[in-house]
Design a binder for this molecule. Sequence first.
Ligand code: PGA
Ligand code: ZN
Length: 441
Amino acid sequence: MSSTTVAHLHAREILDSRGNPTVEVELTDSKGQVFLAAVPSGASTGDMEACELRDGDKSRYGGKGVLAAVANVTDKILPAIKGMTTEDIASIDHTMLELDGTKFKTNLGANAILGVSMAVCRAGAASCGEPLYQHINHLAGSPTMIMPVPCFNVINGGVHAGNFLAPQEFFLIPLGAPTFREALRMGAETYHVLKSLIAKKYGIESTAVGDEGGFAPNISTVEEAMDLLVEAIDIAGYTGHIYVGSDPAASEWYNKETDSYNFDFKRPLDQQDPSKVMKKEEVVKFWEEIKNKYPLKLLEDPFQDLDFEGHALMTAAIGEDIEIVGDDLYCTNVEFVRKGVDLQATNAMLLKVNQIGTITESLKAFKMCQDNQWGVFVSHRSGETTDDFIADLTVGLGTGHLKTGAPCRGERLAKYNELLRIEERTGLGYAGYEFRNSGHF
Ligand code: PGA
Ligand code: ZN
């Protein structure tokens, strides 16, 4: 049976989970089947991310409109890829890259390009007569598929929350679950215990949720966040089964002039504690002490996004016990990952498809990690839609873990619930304690 081809593209401006515009692409194939894809959007973005094209017209959505990106899909991308084979996403992505012709996709916008790339991936799966995760698995050279460990971001700080906590994310990591379904249950139960604990200690007004569904209680230190997590895990009955992790997203609170990190950056200047300003070596020591005191298993972006050297210090110090993940450091870009591998900067990469802008390039970055025995941590963005593409992506690549927020808010649950369905349909095993063996189960 011959492959379907791209017959038509339509795009529209929809809203993401923060109420900001984003791009949705609607692809019609040569059989008349329609495939949708919606693009996510970050807040703590890396300096080297592909361009998210925004209109800048202050009279619409405060300048955040995406009408130009939408028009690029129909006016520029469609004529270039019309009639191309949906199963050959590599050629379609390549054609879009050529058409754009810039390093960071500033011409067409990575939001336009990615929407098309995701929709093509879905159309290609249908053309092959296989589920999306299976299709992605084939495109990636058939790594062993496995159900991922869901890393639930349940305490929010940094630029995602209105408290004085500098690190952006604190995860519950249910390594000791037998299946994904049980991991989700354990995470949700602990999340509810955490809510009660926070209400008791900080008042009910502290149980409002942040962008990714986590709580943002009135706390300001890593130890307070860790203590809360550990207590909630204990009360829920999962000590020894649920571990913890953090994404400080340290770029957001790095001071270039003094080459230091201010763990108190969110407090008004005159109230900041000077002992909370740390040099690189002190930051390494800080997290090493946290690791010795708490059941820490994963640390993402502990340094700013150009500091390969700092990350390498951290990896050398605690990388054996802890997965050190580069997010803003790599921006899912194979060039930066190669540099990270050479410098042994981290031992894992965060995979966010909209940081780079095509599925093909995302797979290249994945492959670079797989070839070097690195972990790959699939991720949502803080601004999301109900598109569940990354559920299939994490299973298809066998990454062994993903983060897509707390077990709360529809746009986060869209991914976790799709993973429940995939597990039910495939009977795939759960990565659990092996979560770092991305692509090698
Ligand atoms: P972002 O946050 O989507 O706002 O970039 C997620 C992260 O930093 O991992
Ligand atoms: Zn991050």
